[in-house]
Write a protein that binds this ligand. Structure first.
Ligand code: IMP
Ligand code: MG
Length: 193
């Protein structure tokens, strides 16, 4: 039997408002760096048996998908969802748990996979929360790290790229839910209309 893709009528992506992010990190550059991170993580966890990757929704979903497939070690996938920004770009500082991990991570080797560390509030909160599940080890990986803003006391074990104080979109990251699935990382001016 032939299997044909079902065509959803009118599924073209129509931007809600015209916005043109400036390319900050090209698709190819992201791909290469994700592979490097995966190689480094694979080496570090080679003798650990299995790593549990905890993707932080929503922003990390694309990074987690690519990173996890580039690993050559046994791994499990979990998700956790937090909210801190609502739909704008001003950090409230208060992080709210939306969904905890569902699988058992006790005595497991956990790697938190984040899209971006801005102030570090979210990651600090996540580390404390995940510690309460008593994993064997806990490390963190962020594709992007805002060097000028991040609290240096929040430990990030693997960093893809250090960036300046700007708002970035694409590869999972959004501005007000826009531009999340751009294949590259671009910067936008949230103040512009
Ligand atoms: P933090 O708690 O200040 O470190 O902020 C972390 C969270 O804010 C990230 O997980 C993102 O969801 C969001 N965020 C921070 N900066 C950006 C950005 O430039 N673009 C998109 N999301 C961002
Ligand atoms: Mg995030």
């Amino acid at each position: 039997m032939n299997v044909l893709p079902y065509r959803i009528p009118h599924s073209r992506d129509v931007p809600l408002k015209p916005s043109t992010p400036t390319t900050l990190i090209a698709e190819e550059e992201v791909r290469r760096r994700v592979e490097e991170l995966a190689a480094e993580i694979s080496r570090d966890y080679a003798d650990k048996g299995e790593v549990v990757l905890i993707g932080v929704l929503k922003g990390a979903f694309i990074f987690l998908a690519d990173l996890s497939r580039a690993l050559d070690i046994p791994r499990r996938i979990e998700f956790i969802a937090v909210s801190s920004y609502g739909s704008n770009h001003v950090s409230s500082g208060a992080v709210r748990l939306v969904m905890d991990v569902r699988g058992n991570i006790e005595d497991q080797h956990v790697l938190i996979v984040e899209d971006i560390v801005d102030t570090g509030d979210t990651l600090r909160y996540l580390i404390d929360l995940i510690k309460s599940h008593r994993p064997a080890t806990i490390r963190s990986c962020a594709l992007l790290y805002k060097t000028d803003r991040a609290d240096a006391n929040v430990p990030v074990d693997y960093i893809g790229f250090q960036i300046g104080d700007e708002w970035v979109v694409g590869y999972g990251l959004d501005y007000a839910e826009q531009n999340r699935t751009l294949p590259y990382i671009g910067s936008v001016d949230p103040e512009a209309g």
